[in-house]
Design a protein around this ligand. Structure first.
Ligand code: ZN
Length: 274
């Protein structure tokens, strides 16, 4: 039994991860495995990307582009990560910041239908949401805890990606990483974004453009390679199979990403060392 923690930082560009603005994230990436290049799905929108993280398949397959009854019907034909975990007795907890109050019931219902055990909407900045997640982790020793913060996305839409306001939000997200860093002792910790931003339109991220497509992807924790850079292009779609594999759950053959085996150290070799 084991636990995985995902920090999904909405709109965080990989080139915003620097030793000065994001010392915690930079250190985590340096100490464990990071992808030199990683990309999200297309369209590079939050709903499409979260749909892919939740189901292991790309937007062309999940077509979860807007919440509603149609989404429920499509989810029934997919194999969401949370449902695969639930079948093995592993809970999934979602701690989400800044979900508009009128969207909480829909988001919560969709999450439950996808197999999520608990959906918690928290108000506050990234570090407060991370602190709230950390408290819940004490009661979630096994399974998946997904933490969603959107400080960077909101600042990017308001004042532009890489603007001073955006970089302030980036530093706030780094404070959330500092809070969650403690989990690497006994959990797989994955930090990534759903998309970048500022490609083509300075305050948007939907159009196909490298600045919109590129995302940070950092994997840390026990059985993760230290000080390693993945050279092959990583994808947001690689996260669902990698976390299932790490948790010892069979990866559905429908999943479109691949297990990041290069980032992981085989359990047997670790035992052999011990
Ligand atoms: Zn956005």
């Amino acid at each position: 039994m084991a636990r995985c923690v995902i920090l999904l930082a909405d709109g965080l560009r990989p080139d915003a991860v620097t030793p000065s603005d994001t010392p915690s994230l930079h250190a985590l990436a340096h100490d464990y495995t990071r992808a030199a290049h990683a990309a999200t799905v297309r369209p590079s929108t939050t709903v499409a990307a979260i749909g892919s993280l939740a189901t292991g398949v790309g937007p062309a397959s999940h077509r979860l582009m807007e919440p509603g009854v149609g989404a429920l019907r499509r989810l029934a034909n997919l194999r969401p990560v949370a449902r695969e975990l639930a079948r093995r007795g592993l809970p999934t907890v979602v701690v989400a910041g800044h979900v508009p109050a009128n969207e909480v019931p829909t988001a919560s219902a969709l999450a439950k239908f996808a197999g999520v055990s608990r959906f918690v909407a928290v108000r506050g900045t990234a570090r407060l949401i991370a602190a709230s997640a950390l408290r819940r982790l004490r009661f979630t020793p096994h399974g998946l805890v997904m933490v969603y913060v959107n400080d960077c996305d909101r600042a990017g839409h308001a004042e532009g990606w890489m603007s001073p306001a955006y970089l302030r939000a980036v530093r706030e997200v780094d404070a959330a990483v500092a809070v969650l860093r403690a989990t690497v002792a006994d959990s797989l910790l994955v930090v990534l974004a759903d998309h970048g931003g500022g490609g083509i339109a300075p305050t948007d991220h939907d159009a196909p453009h490298p600045d919109n497509d590129r995302i940070p992807l950092i994997v840390a924790g026990p059985r993760v390679r230290r000080r390693y850079t993945l050279q092959r292009v990583g994808s947001l779609l690689d996260v669902p199979p990698t976390l299932l594999w790490w948790l010892g759950v069979e990866v559905p053959h429908e999943y479109e990403g691949r297990v990041l085996h290069e980032a992981l150290v085989a359990a047997e070799s670790e035992e052999a060392v011990a």
